[in-house]
Unconditional design. Structure first.
Length: 82
């Protein structure tokens, strides 16, 4: 049984739940966090915010996980095995 968390004011991609479920099953992990990006008209501010999200989710969080052997949830959607 999987449980999902989606914040009401966020609108994840329709495929995000199936992508997270597939990843969780393939890697036999207990939790999968969706990443965040802006779906907007490209402008400088959107590019800067997307860059920050990318660095946070794909560099900072994995580094924290490797150092502390624990995960950190900081996104708008996630899936837990329960």
């Amino acid at each position: 049984l999987f449980r999902s968390r989606v914040v009401d004011d966020h609108h994840p991609d329709p495929k995000s739940l199936s992508i997270m479920t597939s990843y969780m099953r393939a890697h036999k992990c207990a939790c999968v966090q969706g990443s965040t990006y802006l779906r907007s008209i490209p402008n400088l501010m959107a590019l800067l915010i997307n860059a920050e999200f990318f660095i946070t989710h794909f560099i900072v969080f994995p580094a924290q996980q490797a150092v502390t052997q624990t995960g950190f949830f900081g996104g708008s959607n996630a899936l837990w095995d329960s």
